[in-house]
Write a protein that binds this ligand. Structure first.
Ligand code: ADP
Length: 418
């Protein structure tokens, strides 16, 4: 139980911290990519401004005269060695191509936005299209581009670092989570064990005085009835109440001592066919089921499970006792053993009064009784199913129930085969 809670805590810790880490890594990556692009855009704009400054423009007889011969890259000079401009184009005010450097461009200007990232199969580049104005009038467009190779490589490097660092950090986070959840579970485990010890000690201590009360009442009952009828019936009441208190104390002691899963050493191969045959013949359950018809349905081949036969017998006795207590005459009880590929099902079905749907999720809780009225008649304490479930869980199995009010109930134990 504690290990399961520890695992759940550690898993949630890793999941939440991991999500924060991945989100954080994503934000850093996109922030870095944005910064780099901004740097490139600034550089591109600076280069474009220098080129525009060298354009020689004159208005002669109402006609634009544009001389690009002094413009770096586009003009007569060969481009400087350190220039990383891959193309430069000059388009007229009407968008027609007039002059270019680099790969052959489209004859008409195609612009989506001032700055654009052009993705080609060879490489990615960043393009700037700058409208050039004179006397508040656009006289043409300058379009230049530089490659994004260097920025891409920087970002690829960052991504690689993140791809390696994130799983590594996740590993460290999960180890820390496991360690921290262990620390968090320590006081809870301590408190739980203390409570278990208290229940066990208190039950143990109560057994002795109860035995004394019972034996005194039983001795009193041995005296002749003529001594006084009221006194005699009071003694009978004391004896009956003490017996039921004794049962509760025994059950509590059992629950306190059997709270952990069984160790491999305390389990062995249990032949379920024989176990069921013995259990239905047990004298302790006869008073509960003798008014009913009981059918035992067993497969021909023996079925063996890994468990503790005494405990399993106790769980089945509890189910059978309930089936008997809550089934009126003439009713039927079926006890079935159904083998499955890797596990087996033990079913106890009755045609009894059934359990309301709203009570089904609670009936395995300690001291839970469906209806005080009907339990008062049968004398239950609400511990029988809690014990049965604890026994089945301790052997790695599952106890489930299906029931319909007024129709009957089916309790099913699911156990792994040996
Ligand atoms: P109890 O000792 O009161 O029977 P249990 O833990 O064995 O306590 O059962 C819890 C409640 O579940 C009971 O109060 C009873 O109302 C209901 N219950 C258990 N088994 C059956 C059954 N076979 N048919 C109808 N009700 C049942």
């Amino acid at each position: 139980m504690f290990n399961r809670s520890r695992r759940t805590l550690a898993r949630w810790f890793t999941l939440s911290m991991g999500s924060i880490l991945v989100l954080f890594a994503g934000v850093i990556y996109y922030q870095r990519a944005g910064d780099r692009l901004e740097e490139i855009d600034r550089l591109l704009y600076k280069k474009a401004r220098v080129m525009v400054a060298n354009i020689d423009y004159r208005l002669r007889q109402g006609q634009d005269e544009i001389d690009l011969s002094s413009v770096p890259i586009l003009g007569n000079y060969s481009p400087p060695v350190d220039s990383n401009i891959i193309y430069a184009r000059w388009y007229s005010a009407t968008g027609k191509l007039r002059q270019f450097y680099g790969s052959s461009p489209p004859a008409e200007i195609q612009v989506e936005a001032a700055f654009e990232t052009i993705q080609s199969s060879v490489e990615w580049h960043r393009q700037l299209t700058l409208p050039v104005e004179q006397n508040h009038r656009t006289i043409g467009y300058l379009q230049i581009a530089i490659p994004l190779t260097e920025a891409q490589e920087t970002l690829r490097g960052l991504l690689m670092v993140m791809v390696m660092a994130v799983p590594l950090t996740l590993g460290v986070i999960s180890l820390t989570g496991w360690f921290l959840s262990g620390l968090a579970m320590r006081p809870i485990r301590h408190a739980y064990l203390q409570l278990q010890r208290f229940t066990s000690d208190a039950s143990h201590e109560l057994r002795a005085p109860l035995a004394v009360i019972l034996s005194n009442a039983q001795v009193g009952l041995l005296s002749p009835v003529a001594d006084g009828k009221p006194k005699h019936s009071r003694l009978e009441k004391i004896a009956a109440t003490t017996k039921s208190m004794n049962q509760i104390v025994t059950d509590l002691l059992f629950l306190a001592r059997q709270s952990e899963p069984l160790t491999a050493a305390s389990m062995s191969a249990v032949n379920v066919n024989n176990l069921l045959k013995e259990t239905i013949a047990a004298p302790s359950i006869q008073p509960f089921i003798q008014h009913l018809t009981l059918h035992l349905e067993l497969p021909e081949a023996p079925v063996a499970v890994q468990g503790n036969s005494d405990l399993l017998r106790q769980a089945i006795i509890n189910l059978l006792t309930n089936a008997g207590k809550y089934t009126l005459e003439p009713g039927t009880i079926w006890v079935r053993l159904i083998p499955q590929p890797h596990h087996c099902l033990i079913q106890v079905e009755d045609t009894g009064i059934g359990i309301p749907e709203s009570d089904l999720p609670h009936i395995f809780e300690r001291f839970y009784r469906v209806n005080e009225e009907r339990t008062r008649e049968t004398g239950g304490s609400g511990l029988g199913l809690a014990i049965a479930q604890q026994i089945v869980a301790a052997q790695g199995g599952q106890l489930t129930v299906r029931s319909q009010l007024g129709q009957g109930s089916l309790f099913q134990i699911d156990l792994l085969l040996w």
